[in-house]
Ligand binder design. Structure first.
Ligand code: MN
Ligand code: MN
Length: 475
């Protein structure tokens, strides 16, 4: 032990040697705060416009087009350096070509635009005790009881057999009807809910959406309540029952994104996992101008169900897009070029993490939990148990990103998803790591994740945008 140090010296040591987490609000100047709140307004607009992956792709395309991006599958001449590509309406990639050759790697931010929800089954419509319902199958990890007794909206696409399509969006405007799932009254819930484990008390097969109550015909008409809804669907949309079999209709919470709290410092909305990172990376990418390395933002689908499927991160869409980019530079998209590009690329797997929940602090390890208001969260590894299913980022890359964020005044923190062995979860990081590229999970801390009303701090949202900006422009 050293001899006694003065109080001042000890304070100096503490300042120099320890890391004190920074609260975003303590760091921002007054002009910054205005920018943070303005960014939040634009983000809320995106949340309202983009409640499903298909809607998100349309909103992202519209945003990109306004800032000069061109559909890479439709350009005849190689003018410009901002391109996008859409994959089956549910997955989109945007790029700003850099001065360096693509073979030297790209800066890639990947988020996802699907969120937990209820999907309609292919044979959804039925009547029971003179009421009409829609059968659903939940998508992603939900707590089923959170979806009962609340206004729900229908968003979806119906494909008719002649190839024409129809988009539905009902329950969002004040004049629209909404839909709902009824719950049993507490007086009769003792045996079937209150005395059971939560996981047993709420059955997936009982998540049936109330959709009608008026009959057609007379009391001799068979299934007259269901028929009345079919008659409405036909007169309003030209739909017949079989059309619902080739549809993707999603039940989502009705209503707009809202400010939360007297001071309006938080946003509450459905689908912030992961539209918060999607929007932050979208604005950041669209502002990139003549970068050294090619900057790419990708918006994936199917993350919430394991990234399988042709629009998920396990598909080859990234390779396809990089090949397209190479071709726009007049080069042949040889395998060697693509491989070189992908292994030398750097990626942020931009996804949310759990913020320390004040009422459930026992499931977090507080020294390593992300906190609301302390900036964008870096997550070195995800997974469960002994880090199973995690890509575990390299220390070299973490050091690089840490320096980048510090140099660019990004307020950041690290976070682990809960205590060891408490549970866990994964992201798309591991599907990018397959190529050998450097990849790190990075995103906004969220309260009530996967619920119909997720909460995020406007300060953290803005820092997520600043992190994306710094990363996409890095050399
Ligand atoms: Mn996510
Ligand atoms: Mn999620």
């Amino acid at each position: 032990m050293k001899s006694k140090l003065s109080k001042k010296k000890v304070e100096e040591l503490r300042k120099r040697l320890t890391r004190k987490p920074q609260l975003v609000w303590d760091v921002l100047g007054s002009g910054d705060k205005k920018r943070v709140f303005e960014f939040a307004e634009r983000y809320k607009g995106f949340l309202d416009a983009a409640k499903t992956e298909r809607e998100a792709v349309l909103a992202i395309e519209a945003f990109a087009k306004k800032t000069g991006f061109k559909d890479i599958t439709k350009v005849r001449t190689r003018t410009g350096n901002k391109f996008y590509k859409i994959n089956k309406h549910k997955n989109i990639a945007l790029a700003v070509l850099g001065k360096d050759p693509i073979a030297s790697g790209i800066n890639l931010v990947v988020s996802h635009v699907d969120s937990p929800r209820l999907d309609l089954k292919q044979n959804p419509l039925y009547e029971e005790v003179d009421l009409v319902f829609l059968k659903t199958h939940y998508y992603g990890g939900i707590k089923k009881y959170q979806w009962l007794t609340r206004p729900l909206a229908i968003h979806g696409t119906v494909m008719k057999q002649d190839g024409s399509s129809l988009n539905m969006r009902i329950g969002e405007s004040d004049n629209d009807p909404v839909f709902t799932i009824a719950d049993i009254l507490p007086h009769l819930a003792r045996k079937i809910q209150a005395d059971k484990k939560v996981s047993d008390a709420f059955e997936g097969e009982k998540l049936n959406v109330l959709a009608g109550s008026l009959p057609i015909g007379n009391d001799e008409t068979k299934e007259r309540f269901k028929l009345a809804v079919l008659e409405y669907l036909y007169s309003a949309y030209g739909l017949i029952e079989e059309d619902l079999m080739s549809a993707e209709i999603e039940i989502v919470p009705a209503g707009s994104a809202r400010d939360v709290g007297w001071d309006r410092g938080l946003i509450g909305a459905y689908g912030q996992d992961d539209r918060v990172c999607a929007y932050a990376s979208l604005e950041a990418l669209c502002e990139v101008n003549r970068p050294a390395r090619t900057a790419v933002a990708m918006f994936m689908d199917k993350e919430e169900i394991g990234s399988d499927g042709s629009t998920g991160a396990k598909s080859r869409f990234l390779e396809e897009f990089v090949a397209d980019l190479v071709e726009t530079t007049g080069q042949e998209a040889r395998e060697k070029v693509l491989r070189s590009c992908l292994t030398k690329s750097k990626a942020l797997s931009a996804d949310v993490n759990a913020g320390l929940d004040p009422d459930f602090q026992e499931v977090h390890e507080k020294r390593n939990a992300a906190r609301i208001g302390y900036g964008v969260c870096i997550t070195k590894f995800t997974g469960s148990g002994g880090k199973y299913g995690s890509s575990d980022a390299n220390a070299e890359y973490l050091a690089e990103i840490r320096k980048l964020f510090n140099d660019n005044k990004v307020v950041w923190q690290t976070g682990e998803l809960g205590k060891v062995d408490e549970g866990g979860g994964g992201t798309i990081a591991k599907f990018l790591a397959i190529y050998g590229m450097e990849v790190l999970d990075c995103g906004t801390p969220i309260l009530s994740m996967h619920s119909p009303f997720e909460i995020a701090s406007k300060g953290d949202i803005y820092m997520t945008y600043k992190a994306c900006t710094a990363f996409l422009n890095s050399k």
